[in-house]
Design a protein around this ligand. Structure first.
Ligand code: GTP
Ligand code: MG
Length: 313
């Protein structure tokens, strides 16, 4: 069973690396830091490549390294604030309701390209069919409630149920148990115990017995436990730890880079390096693309299953 209410562990590799990357790791533009201009010199896997445009450089990510993280929860619980912490480390006290936001982060981790799409959904879910589609396309999930709002916790319980139902349809198609890495996130823990409406023990019950599920109490405002939450989520999803916000060097694409004569690219990197870049022009794929994505995933999983069967025989 996954331990539910996670606390930072100073002995974890996450902490060791965090300290290393903290010094001078942030804000490195494409021309700064140790990046050597050697455009697209990395060895590229041949099969199932997905090309995405970043600035004026095409980055190729193997389909098997592309993931989608879906963030769900009631309105005003802090979903967008958590996403903002993840993408740029910022927090905004102002509230702007989300209709649906799509972000993309591209990583070069020890020479391998990864892509993480982030779907920040609306707490008002005006379009139930869209929510169902979001769930179908999601690989990893963050369900957010506010610790000072009981109804938002009830909504998380409904969402967890819906995810399991929707994904079990897909499971029937792939005829294998779906692994659903999911974090349940009690946000706004900076409000203190007096405001608490959801006891930790009750929230922990939602994740007990499921090794792909964990519970965290966080504060997007104070940046408490947010990095740790992502670290555990990626670990459960068997994604590289370096995808966590604190464990890679962040590369920002300046607006002008899109027009730079020499295309910006994740260039020659040292073996052990990890880089992440928020794609500035990411657009939400169409419903049609989403459906194709689901189909491809089902097929891929089916093929993997067949391969496994062959190995066993
Ligand atoms: N005190 C405190 N306020 C927070 C925290 N996280 C978010 N907020 C505030 O709560 C309000 C709502 O945050 P959002 O991130 O926009 O909430 P949301 O869940 O994305 O809301 P919708 O887009 O409407 O679904 C904003 O005013 C934030 O500044 C937190 O950890 N602590
Ligand atoms: Mg929002």
């Amino acid at each position: 069973m996954q331990s539910s209410l996670r606390q930072p562990r100073e002995s974890s590799p996450f902490y060791r690396q965090k300290t290393e990357t903290q010094t001078g790791a942030r804000g490195g533009g494409p021309g700064s830091g140790p990046l050597t201009p050697a455009p697209c010199s990395l060895p590229q896997p041949r099969a199932m490549m997905k090309t995405l445009s970043s600035g004026n450089c095409a980055l190729s990510v193997p389909a098997k390294n592309s993931y989608r993280m879906v963030v769900l929860g009631a309105s005003r619980v802090g979903k967008s604030s958590i996403v903002s912490r993840f993408l740029n480390g910022r927090f905004d006290d102002q509230y702007t309701p989300t209709i649906e936001d799509f972000h993309r982060k591209v990583y070069n981790i020890r020479g391998d390209m990864y892509q993480l799409d982030i779907l920040d959904t609306s707490g008002n879910h005006p379009f139930p069919a869209m929510r169902r589609l979001s769930i179908l396309t999601g690989d990893v999930f963050i369900l957010v409630f506010s610790l000072d709002n009981r109804e938002s916790f009830d909504e998380v319980k409904r969402l967890q149920k819906q995810i399991l139902e929707v994904k079990s349809c897909l499971k029937n198609k792939t005829k294998e148990a779906a692994e659903l890495p999911m974090v349940i996130c009690g946000n706004k823990n900076d409000h203190g115990e007096l405001c608490r409406q959801v006891p930790a023990t009750e929230a922990e019950l939602l994740v007990s017995g499921d090794e792909n599920c964990a519970y965290f109490e966080v504060s997007a405002k104070k940046n408490t436990n947010v990095d740790e939450m992502f670290y555990v989520l990626f670990s459960m999803a068997k994604l590289p730890h370096e995808m966590s916000p604190a464990l890679h060097r962040k590369i920002s694409v300046q607006y002008g880079d899109a027009f730079h004569p020499r295309p910006f690219c994740m260039r020659r990197v040292k073996e052990m390096d990890a880089y992440g870049m928020v794609s500035p022009f990411a657009r939400r794929p169409s419903v049609n693309s989403d459906l194709k994505y689901i189909k491809a995933k089902v097929l891929r999983e089916g093929q993997a299953r067949e391969r496994d069967k062959c190995t066993i025989q």
